[in-house]
Design a protein around this ligand. Structure first.
Ligand code: NAI
Ligand code: 15L
Length: 275
């Protein structure tokens, strides 16, 4: 059947952040790949009475949640800029607690939702067709982006130290449709998101691999080759949305805050201090 994975898999995956936007999309899409999903979120997951309601700070609940799963798709966390203290607790300490629980329970692989904001200050390519490589130095644009850098380094440490594998997916913008001109370059359709997560969950010998998460956009800014090497074959392109968005918002001219860097307007966002 077109669009469905071949072959289907039969694996139990812990999906953290299951109540969120991306978690909700993936709850809809990943079962078609054969996954059994165990769900976790700090808040109840609507329509899912068996979902685990637990904070990433609850180490006992995390141990139980990861017990017996084949892999974790780790989406939980603060998904926008916040105070350093909040980011520290949810994204830094929370991700550490998850990795420790997974290590203790012998889970072999985590797919980690990193973000374009880990490289947010990277200038967007000046020439059409030039692509930012996955090995570009990280340049977080926010405390949020910094926490994603931490997550990537944590993943590397757990691979080197414990042999636990991770695919860190620097997601662009995964929503039903792109809503800004910048997103025309970074958009990952939900269906391509499921394809990429499936590839990241099933590819062999990934060690710690960092990939960018986008569809095959005509206006792509970054290099998808490490994602493709996992077996990811994006099927979508944001271009059908381009004419309408450009008519409404204009091209990314220098006066547009989204113009200069991959992180868009996030690079000019003032820091949020603790109180
Ligand atoms: P979201 O904010 O809609 O969902 C995040 C979920 O995590 C929420 O349901 C929230 O309750 C849960 N959560 C937050 N702190 C928690 C904690 N301490 N313990 C347990 N659960 C907690 O975010 P979205 O858009 O679904 O993103 C999912 C992940 O993907 C996030 O890690 C985000 O940083 C990352 N990402 C998403 C992108 C996107 O385009 N949607 C782009 C780049 C990265
Ligand atoms: C992210 O990392 C956020 O989690 C998501 O909500 C979007 O803002 C996305 O980046 C983006 O840059 O569009």
């Amino acid at each position: 059947m077109p669009g469905l994975p071949v072959p289907p898999v039969s694996r139990t995956i812990l999906l953290t952040g299951a109540a969120g936007g991306l978690g909700t999309l993936m709850r809809g899409l990943l079962p078609a790949y054969g996954y059994r999903l165990r769900l976790l979120d700090a808040v109840p997951v609507e329509g899912e009475p068996d979902a685990i309601t637990a904070d990433l700070a609850d180490t006992d609940a995390l141990r139980e949640a990861v017990r017996g799963v084949d892999a974790v798709l780790h989406l939980a966390g603060i998904s926008l800029e916040s105070t350093f203290e909040k980011i520290l607790r949810a994204n830094v300490e929370g991700t550490y607690h998850l990795y420790e629980a997974a290590r203790a329970e012998g889970v072999r692989r985590i797919v980690f939702a990193s973000s374009n904001h880990a490289v947010g200050y990277t200038p967007r390519p000046a020439e059409a067709g030039a692509l930012v490589p996955v090995g570009t130095p990280r340049r977080p644009d926010t405390f949020y982006g910094l926490s994603k850098c931490f997550g990537e380094d944590l993943a590397q440490l757990y691979w080197d130290k414990h042999g636990m594998e991770t695919v860190s997916v620097r997601i662009g913008s995964c929503f039903a449709e792109p809503t800004t001109v910048r997103m025309l370059s970074l958009w990952m359709s939900p269906a391509d998101g499921a394809r990429l997560f499936h590839a990241a969950l099933t590819a062999e010998d990934v060690g710690h691999t960092v990939v960018y998460g986008s569809s095959a956009n005509t206006r792509l800014w970054w290099d998808l080759s490490s994602a493709r090497a996992l077996g990811y074959e994006p099927q979508d392109d944001s271009e059908p949305f381009a004419a309408k968005l450009i008519a409404e918002q204009g091209e990314l001219e220098p006066d547009n805050p989204d113009h200069a860097a991959i992180g868009g307007a996030w690079v000019s966002q003032p820091p949020l201090w603790p109180r």
